[in-house]
Design a protein around this ligand. Structure first.
Ligand SMILES: Cc1cc2nc3c(=O)[nH]c(=O)nc-3n(C[C@@H](O)[C@@H](O)[C@H](O)COP(=O)(O)OP(=O)(O)OC[C@H]3O[C@@H](n4cnc5c(N)ncnc54)[C@H](O)[C@@H]3O)c2cc1C
Length: 287
């Protein structure tokens, strides 16, 4: 492993200052499940690692009916996966968390680290985008809140400026008339990055689809929405023919590449299959 300097940040201000003063090869360290692998495999040049785990207040989880679910940057995937509230109200998030790596990985990895890595195949991103989540960002001069859908600028890239730190994520309340699903397809069932991941969050009113968001993972430079497919579904009763047409439209809206995991054509086909299934699964909440 390449040598690096370890720094222990005691406050957000301290971590932000270290990020700015230590220069470009300095990175925040949360669970380390991406960062340490990247250092070991020499995928990233890292001179300074800034541990944010000593910073107080980043491990909180709160829920209220008006604001929804808020969790801090140090909350692990495993902790959220086991939270009764997530199991009962956010089955899409529960499915994504339970599909990430192994139990050991989930007990170290943070959800915020998963989004900050900004991989288009990250499992937590599609359901969080489909749910309309927001990211809380700290800098020494400003606090800002950014919709997660606007956080990513490319593979491995985000809107974070030098010295900015994500402090947490807020997911809007899970309404009684909502249905949610996340389906992941990989080459095997565990310890596998997604070949395609599809998340659907919808609300129904008087038997009609009031609103729907579809988020597609691993089929574009960032996790994508499928706005034309969504428009075909809004205001309908979500009958089988409409779902099929919308799933076909989602196939047109994605921009997959071929790589070691799958060809672009296969990924596109799987977007069609999984989008249809995810809509039907989300609808099961109303059965
Ligand atoms: C064996 C294995 C299997 C895996 N399987 C999956 C899988 O199936 N699906 C999947 O999606 N992922 C998978 N992963 C990756 C997943 O573990 C990571 O993406 C994890 O969620 C990152 O969180 P972390 O706390 O470990 O982040 P770290 O590794 O500590 O950090 C990741 C990146 O985010 C930055 N960062 C961390 N916290 C902040 C913050 N608060 N503000 C700004 N930047 C920050 C870091 O500087 C770094 O660049 C796997 C990893 C391993 C090792």
């Amino acid at each position: 492993m390449r040598r690096f300097e370890y720094h222990r940040a005691e406050t957000l201000e301290h971590a932000s200052r270290l990020l700015v003063e230590l220069g470009d090869d300095s990175f925040l360290f949360a669970g380390g499940t991406d960062l340490l692998v990247e250092i070991r495999e020499r995928l990233r040049r890292v001179r300074n690692v800034i541990d944010i785990k000593p910073i107080p207040g980043l491990s909180d989880i709160t829920y209220d009916e008006a604001r929804g679910l808020t969790f801090g940057a140090l909350v692990t995937v495993g902790r959220l996966e086991r939270l009764p509230l997530v199991c009962q109200r956010y089955p899409n998030l529960r499915a994504a968390f339970a599909s990430l790596g192994s139990i050991q990985v989930r007990n170290r990895a943070t959800v915020v680290g998963n989004i900050c890595r900004a991989s288009p195949s990250a499992d937590t991103i599609p359901p969080l985008i489909a749910d309309g989540a927001f990211v809380h960002i700290y800098s020494r001069t400003n606090m800002r809140v950014v919709p997660l859908a606007e956080f990513f600028t490319g593979p491995g890239k985000s809107v974070l400026a030098k010295g900015e730190i994500v402090t947490g994520i807020t997911v809007p309340p899970a309404l009684d008339n909502s249905g949610k699903a996340y389906l992941k397809h990989g080459r095997r069932k565990a310890m596998e990055l997604s070949t395609v991941g599809v998340a659907v969050s919808l609300t129904m009113e008087d038997g009609l689809c009031n609103d729907i968001r579809i988020a597609l993972g691993a089929v574009g430079a960032t996790v994508l929405r499928a706005p034309e497919a969504e428009a075909m579904l809004r205001g309908t009763a979500l009958d089988a023919a409409t779902i099929k047409n919308a799933a076909n439209k989602a196939m047109e809206e994605c921009t997959p590449i071929s790589n070691v995991r799958a060809s672009a054509d296969y990924r596109r086909d799987m977007v069609g299959v999984l989008t249809g299934r995810a809509i039907k699964q989300a609808l099961e909440a109303f059965a």
